[in-house]
Design a protein. Structure first.
Length: 379
C-alpha cells in the first residue's frame, strides 16, 4: 500500500446522510423498546440514575452505601422513584464526577450531564475529524449515551485527549489515563500505550494513587472495601448469569455473543488473539484501531462505550473512501452500525469488528496523524 495516492473523493451524499441518520435512529428505537416494555418501569436516563444516586449518597456522607447492592437500590428508589436491579459499578473516585450533578434535581442534572458529555467529546474529537465535528455525537454509540446517560462520551473524550497528548505532552496524557480508571477495563490499550512513554506512565500511576487516597479520605475506606468486596464480585457474576436479559444484547464481545459459557470463552480467546496479532503487525499506536480492538479483546464491554470506535470508522470512510475496496467499505459501514447490530444480530458483531480492525491495521498512516493534513470541508 506504500505510495498509494489519497484521492479527494468522499462518500456519496446519500450514503453519508444515511450512515448518520439510520445508525442513530435504530439505536434509539432499540433502547426505546426496552424502556417502554409494560413490565419495566425505569426513569429517563436509566444509567444516569446510578450516577445521580451515588452522588446523592456522597453528598450525605453515606458514600459507602453505593457499594452495598440492597442499600444502593433503595437509594435509587428514594432519589428517582423506581426500584430497579441496578448497581453502582464504578470505583469510589468516580463519585467525584457524580457530585456536581447531585446538587441539582434529577431531570436538569440528566440534561446537563448529557450536554456536558457531548460538548467534551466534540471538543476532543475536533482535531481528528475531517468533517463537521458535531457529527461526532451522532454515531449509534453516542445515541445510546444521549438517551440513557452512560459515560460513553466522557470516556471517549478522555481517550482522545490521552492519545492527542501522548507524544508531545506526556504528563497530560498520564492525567487522562488516571482519570479513565473510573472505568478501568475500558482503558486496557490506554495502559499499554502509556508504557511507551515513561513520563506518561509515571504520571498516570502517581495520579491514580492520589485519586485512591483522596477518594478514601473523602468517602471513607468503607467505600473501597465495599467496591472490592461487593461491586467487583457483582460485576463478575453478571458474566456468568443465565438467561437472555436485554443488557446482554448491549455487550458485543464474542464471549457474550456466543453463549457466555465454554464455547463463548473459546471463541472470545480466538477473536482476542486475532485482534492482538493485527495490532502487533501494524506496529503503531492508533487510537481508533485500539478503540475497535477494545471491544474484541475485553469480554465485559458495552456498545454505548463505542463512541471512539464508531467515530474512527466514520473518519476512515470519509477520508479514504476513494481508495477503499468495495468490501472494505461494506465492513467499515457494518462495524459503524455495531451498536445497532448487537441489539438484533449479535453473533455477527465480533467477526464484523475483527474485519474492520484488519482494514484499520493495514492503513499506512495512523488516522490521528493523517487528519493533520489539510482536508476539504464537509458541505
Amino acid at each position: 500500500m506504500t505510495g498509494r495516492p489519497v484521492p479527494a473523493s468522499q462518500p456519496p451524499f446519500v450514503f453519508w446522510a444515511c450512515l448518520w441518520s439510520i445508525g442513530a435512529a435504530v439505536a434509539l428505537v432499540g433502547v426505546a423498546y426496552d424502556i417502554f416494555r409494560p413490565q419495566l418501569v425505569i426513569p429517563p436516563g436509566r444509567d444516569f440514575a446510578n450516577l445521580y444516586a451515588g452522588g446523592k449518597l456522597a453528598l450525605a456522607s453515606e458514600a459507602w452505601q453505593a457499594f452495598d447492592l440492597d442499600l444502593f437500590r433503595l437509594a435509587i428508589r428514594d432519589q428517582v422513584g423506581t426500584l430497579t436491579q441496578q448497581n453502582y459499578s464504578y470505583p469510589p473516585h468516580a463519585l467525584f464526577i457524580a457530585l456536581p450533578f447531585a446538587l441539582l434535581s434529577y431531570l436538569p442534572a440528566f440534561i446537563l450531564f448529557s450536554l456536558t458529555g457531548a460538548a467534551l467529546f466534540v471538543w476532543a474529537a475536533r482535531p481528528y475529524v475531517p468533517f463537521a465535528p458535531l457529527l461526532a455525537v451522532l454515531t449509534p454509540a453516542a445515541a445510546l449515551f444521549l438517551l440513557n446517560g452512560h459515560y460513553g462520551l466522557l470516556i471517549g473524550a478522555l481517550w482522545l485527549f490521552f492519545f492527542r497528548n501522548l507524544q508531545e505532552r506526556p504528563a497530560r496524557a498520564g492525567l487522562a489515563a488516571a482519570a479513565l480508571t473510573f472505568k478501568p477495563h475500558i482503558g486496557l490499550f490506554v495502559a499499554l500505550a502509556a508504557l511507551s512513554q515513561r513520563r506518561t506512565f509515571v504520571t498516570a500511576v502517581a495520579a491514580m494513587v492520589a485519586l485512591v487516597a483522596v477518594s478514601a479520605a473523602a468517602f471513607g475506606l468503607a467505600s473501597w472495601y465495599g467496591f472490592i468486596g461487593q461491586t467487583v464480585a457483582a460485576q463478575a457474576d453478571i458474566l456468568t448469569r443465565e438467561g437472555g436479559d436485554f443488557y446482554f444484547r448491549l455487550m458485543p464481545s464474542a464471549y457474550v455473543a456466543y453463549g457466555r459459557g465454554p464455547v463463548g470463552w473459546v471463541a472470545h480467546c480466538l477473536f482476542a488473539a486475532a485482534a492482538v496479532m493485527l495490532l502487533v503487525r501494524a506496529r503503531r499506536i492508533d487510537p481508533f484501531a485500539f478503540a475497535t480492538a477494545t471491544f474484541i479483546v475485553v469480554p465485559y464491554v458495552f456498545v454505548y462505550d463505542m463512541t471512539v470506535a464508531c467515530l474512527g470508522l466514520a473518519i476512515l470512510l470519509w477520508r479514504d473512501w476513494g481508495m477503499l475496496k468495495g468490501w472494505e467499505r461494506v465492513v467499515l459501514t457494518l462495524a459503524f452500525f455495531a451498536p445497532d447490530l448487537s441489539l438484533f444480530v449479535q453473533p455477527l458483531v465480533p467477526p464484523i469488528l475483527l474485519a474492520a480492525l484488519s482494514v484499520q491495521a493495514r492503513l499506512e498512516v495512523p488516522a490521528y496523524r493523517r487528519v493533520q493534513v489539510s482536508q476539504p470541508e464537509a458541505t
